[in-house]
Design a protein around this ligand. Sequence first.
Ligand SMILES: [Zn+2]
Length: 433
Amino acid sequence: MKDGFLIKNVLLPSFSDLRTEKGDVYIEDGRFAEIAPCIDRPCKVVDGKGMLLLPGMADIHTHMVQSLTKGPLDDLNITDWLKKMLKVQWSLSEEEWYYGVLLGCLQSLRYGVTAINEMTYFPCIDAVVQAYVDAGIRASFGISSTNIAENEQTKVLSVEECLRQAEHLYSRWHGKGLLRTTAAPQGRPACTPELMVALKDFARERGLIYHTHMAEGSFETERIRQWTGRGEAEELAHLGVLDENTILAHSIWLSEKEVELLADTKAVVAHCPSTNMKLSDGAPPIAQMRKAGVRMGFGCDGEASSANRDLLREARHGSYLQKVITLDPTVLPAEECYQMLTWEAMEALGYKDLGKIEVGYQADFSLVDPCNLSTTNRRRILNNLLYAGSGEQIRSVYVAGKPVLEDGRFLHHDIGRILEQCEKILSKIEERI
Ligand SMILES: [Zn+2]
């Protein structure tokens, strides 16, 4: 008997029309090895109970430690919000960083997200990486590098020091287990052209993802225009940092010409609608970008700004936001959301064999309970999950063919103990704001 296992009686969704078909799936060596209406093999059998088998999703822009600042920073303007968020972040101990990141990663996994793209900070990086490893999530991560102070809480470093930090991450962790490192300048308003270019050169030489914020605030975007005479996307194109390995969080304040620029360079936009709405950043021209052929995925961003780590909910917010700003209900339909949640986002992170249920693909997936008051009509389960359901309906999650969550329970984590630890930390956070 081989080491594989069979999941029988699941609903397999189609990317083209979101309809599902009943089927069985055989997994071996962490990959989908056979998918058919009925499979019989002499191996371990898991009863899929008629649940929906959803490919692993990727959150392509996030800041995990902000799970510790969800709540106390609600309803602030972005300038106050940023100062207070950073102030708390600099006050965190190594243990607090560990639990903050672990809590964020476990929430993502709970909601079927098996890969994250995270911008983090250097001081407690060992604890941060330990949290990714202990959570068992695929983590792409880079240091949020800055050399222009946007406020009194910004910690600026030289270009050389930022490169040293990126090299430290790369040499220690890139390609180890489920870890990948990135180059992650915070964004042009907080970085000189020298830093933006130096980190892109660093990423290109090593084949890494380059991850940055772009055109999130209108004030900051206007500041770039005053400095350079260019919009923020034009400025990044001028610096030569846009290509298929560049991920741009937000991308709100763009001209039509800049939308074309993003399509031409094949850069990827990380759409973070909850943050954009909650911080009143504005609404990115996602419908125009889709039409122009810009590549994209969703990001929950940090919970201090989005209050959300359920990526399915993020997709719903994104779709509805586009429908209301364009007054066109046909834009960003459920099919496109599904694609942006799964293979399109995985591909943006450089994974060519994740995000689909296909033979040969790595077996990252969730089993979703269709029996829910909100998501009746199993023939339309995926539409209803996206527009009416929630990540809470996910019962089991597998990463590389191994279960992390089974029947709603984490297999390798004492969640009660972790939550108790986090509550102790949270009780001390508000007095530091
Ligand atoms: Zn961000």
